[in-house]
Design a binder for this molecule. Structure first.
Ligand code: PEP
Length: 250
């Protein structure tokens, strides 16, 4: 059975005090019975604090990005070793905002993924088409090439530490959600693409999350689809009530 995951990407929100409030509210709201693994991704400055605060509960901490190099003269950047040294073993890579605003390409992301995996990090790899791609019917090709360019040189074993997050750009932060059927159609395509490139053992075990305006009102229906193994949540992750309700939708 594949791991179900609900991950909250806090983006550039919540200072230290606010992080404390959100974490303590979250801790009280999760049902022990939720089938999903819960992950939160606060900003870099609050990662260690979040790790310490969550030591006693089953909620993991993820970083929202990392640099591809091990160390060196890269002012303002964060390395994989720095993340690991503060207890962070999960990193989100390839988020559409990183691609759009910070020029992250598939080739750069391939490097980042390789560095993260070399250090036994779990990578939540984000990808997804833009609205024009969907309108022109090119969305399957775009998704396939994003996967191929960044992940297809991995060996089969590496997939134990990869989580995929399909996030159609047109659905992120827009209130527009892919329908459960659209999500399932793309997730099934992704799984088949991975199966063809590697093997079915790999494709059947990889968790594929959906991201894009997931809310308590639509989570259950989306998560019920057979190839949707959870969600990557943006806006709703900042509200403890909503995030807990989404996480408890399994
Ligand atoms: C995201 O940014 O990864 C995301 C899914 O955002 P939202 O849930 O706000 O659409």
């Amino acid at each position: 059975m594949r791991t179900k995951i609900v991950a909250g990407n806090w983006k550039m929100n919540k200072n230290l005090a606010e992080t404390g409030v959100l974490l303590s509210e979250l801790k009280t709201k999760f049902k022990e019975s939720s089938e999903a693994k819960i992950i939160v991704a606060p900003t870099f400055t609050n990662l260690y604090y979040a790790f310490e605060e969550l030591r006693d509960v089953d909620i993991d901490v993820a970083a929202q990005n990392m640099h591809q190099s091990e160390s060196g003269a890269f002012t303002g950047e964060i390395s994989v070793d720095m993340l690991k040294s503060v207890g962070v073993n999960v990193v989100i890579l390839g988020h559409s905002e990183r691609r759009a605003y910070f020029g992250e390409t598939d080739e750069l992301l391939e490097e980042k993924v390789n560095t993260a995996l070399k250090h036994d990090m779990t990578v939540i790899f984000c990808f997804g088409e833009e609205l024009e791609d969907r309108k022109s019917g090119n969305h399957f090709n775009v998704v396939e090439s994003q996967l191929k360019n960044a992940l297809f040189k991995l060996d089969n074993k590496a997939w134990d530490n990869i989580v995929l997050a399909y996030e159609p750009v047109w659905a992120i932060g827009t209130g527009e959600t892919a329908s459960p059927e659209q999500a399932q159609e793309m997730h099934a395509f992704i799984r088949k693409t991975i199966g063809d490139a590697f093997n079915t053992e790999v494709s059947e075990q990889v968790s594929i999350l959906y991201g894009g305006s997931v809310k308590p009102t639509n989570a259950k229906e989306i998560f019920a689809k057979p190839d949707v193994d959870g969600g990557l949540i943006g806006g709703a992750a900042l509200d403890p009530e909503s995030f807990a309700a989404i996480a408890n939708s399994f």
